[in-house]
Unconditional design. Structure first.
Length: 494
């Protein structure tokens, strides 16, 4: 079978809130390019909206940020089931690398839970049929940290001159600011398609100015490559948690792998001496590892241990020469000292026994609402249920109620019932409609499953109205949101 040609599917989501598991997409945009970043399939990109369901309320603050109202999505949107299928099909075209700007930490997880609620495989786009994921944001940050030539890096001072309420220092990595500084068209921030096209423009700039860097980052983004690098010893790791003053850069070494989540590696910052690790008590491990500001005793420091998710395309390189001596000195990184600490850590690790892995002792999981049950249920299902999920995923929303067999797992039956209520309400029987209304009422009124309640929704609108009294456009949006909440509240108040 001929291997599919690699393409990039560039995408962005605008959502109705910031909870990656519970909040819903409002707008999705994307475009496809070939490996050389030439547009395919028309080139102008596409935009999809998702119709809001009756058991969900948006965050009013998110609506003000994006400008996308639930009324607009109601008018222009697809039912959630069809929306999920359209997005899934784009991500899963053979050979596709789905990529955006700072998407792996948020957008990708929103999509996974969207796929979960609608019976699409939540992980297939990350590994099947030559597909994969990537994120331009950490690549851009790494290029600034390690090279930087050929790209104009906007300063926060220039940004805050236009936004006096946003006082920060150093380089600004916001997409809209990078696009503006480098002459890349970006007409509307927080419009998904505008963000997508700006991301493609930024990628083209990087590929043109630093082709070797681009190629290395692409080839070494995968989970297998990251695991291989971490297994070889010290690595240069670029991660924003290290802070911009340090160039977001550190030389680290793998300390342990989370036995409960093998994609999570804990690494030691080799700027620090690990000699004393075997002498720590369990209580000291807990206190120093998870310490918050202000909780440490005098003379104590938080342990310099950092989580690296190997499946999220982190920038790690086992060739320490990628960090030049000049840059290392600029960031206060002593390579010789780091290598000496690496040797000490190799001697220390066998003495730790279970001291590190004890931090991951499994805790009793709380009952989870089926909508956000992806990580609890995972792939734990019978062959019958797996096959039925695949069949339902292939259906259009209009066909969801046509003679579906029952799942073995009651949670999947509940998930299908909710999917029909959201995407095919006409398929519900009278008894099912009463159950659906009960579910909606419990969700909106009582916050079932951790949902945003109608009272919280109106409280947020009231607060925002006080803050935006002189902003006519914002007040209009808030009025529309008030009307939306009133309509849902009246429907399910009894």
């Amino acid at each position: 079978m001929e291997e599919a040609k690699q393409t990039f599917y560039w995408y962005d989501l605008e959502t109705f809130g910031l909870d990656r598991r519970r909040d819903r997409p409002a707008q999705f945009a994307g475009c496809r390019t070939d490996a050389d970043l030439n547009f395919l399939e028309g080139g102008s990109g596409e935009t999809l909206y998702m119709r809001p369901s009756e058991d969900y309320l948006p965050s009013p603050e998110s609506v003000l940020l994006t400008g996308i109202t639930p009324q607009e999505c109601q008018e222009r949107g697809l039912p959630e089931h069809d929306f999920a299928r359209e997005v899934w099909n784009r991500f899963n075209a053979p050979g596709t690398i789905s990529i955006g700007y700072n998407t792996l930490g948020f957008d990708n997880e929103v999509c996974r839970f969207l796929f979960w609620r609608n019976f699409q495989d939540p992980y297939a786009h990350q590994w099947m049929n030559g597909c994969g994921v990537w994120d331009l944001y950490p690549v851009i940050v790494a290029y600034w940290a390690l090279r930087g030539d050929g790209v104009v890096w906007p300063d926060w001072k220039d940004v805050t001159a236009r936004r006096p309420d946003d006082e920060r220092n150093g380089v600004c990595f916001r997409l809209e600011e990078l696009a503006k500084a480098n002459g890349i068209l970006h007409d509307h921030a927080h419009d998904a398609l505008s963000d997508v096209l700006a991301t493609v423009g930024l990628a083209r700039l990087l590929k043109e100015k630093a082709p070797k860097f681009w190629r290395w980052a692409l080839e070494n983004r995968t989970k297998a490559k990251v695991i291989e690098a971490l297994g070889q010893g010290p690595v240069v790791c670029v991660k924003t948690i290290f802070g911009q003053q340090r160039g977001y850069t550190a030389i680290v070494k793998k300390l342990a792998v989370n036995p409960q989540s093998p994609n999570e590696v804990w690494a030691w910052d080799l700027s620090e001496d690990p000699s004393n690790l075997p002498n720590l008590t369990q209580e000291e491990w807990q206190r120093l590892l998870f310490a918050k500001k202000g909780t440490l005793q005098e003379g104590e420091k938080r342990l310099p241990i950092y989580r690296i998710n190997v499946s999220s395309c982190p920038f790690v390189c086992s060739d320490l020469r990628v960090l030049s001596n000049e840059r290392a000195a600029k960031y206060g990184i002593d390579k010789v000292r780091c290598l000496r600490h690496s040797e000490i850590l190799s001697e220390v690790i066998p003495k730790l026994g279970g001291a590190v892995t004890a931090q991951w002792e499994r805790k009793e999981s709380q009952p989870t609402d089926v909508d956000v049950g992806l990580y609890q249920k995972g792939f734990d299902c019978t062959r019958h249920d797996w096959d039925l999920k695949k069949r339902i995923a292939s259906l259009a929303a209009s066909a969801l109620g046509e003679g579906n067999a029952a799942f073995d797992d009651a949670d999947f039956n509940e998930l299908l019932f909710r999917s029909r209520g959201r995407s095919a309400p006409d398929s519900l029987s009278d008894e099912e409609r009463r159950s659906w209304r009960k579910h909606c009422a419990e969700t909106l009124r009582d916050g079932k499953g951790g949902a945003r309640t109608i009272s919280e929704y109106f409280d947020e609108i009231d607060r925002l109205q006080e803050e935006h009294l002189d902003d006519e456009a914002a007040c209009e949006k808030l009025e529309l949101l008030y009307e939306w909440g009133e309509r849902l509240g009246e429907n399910f108040s009894s």
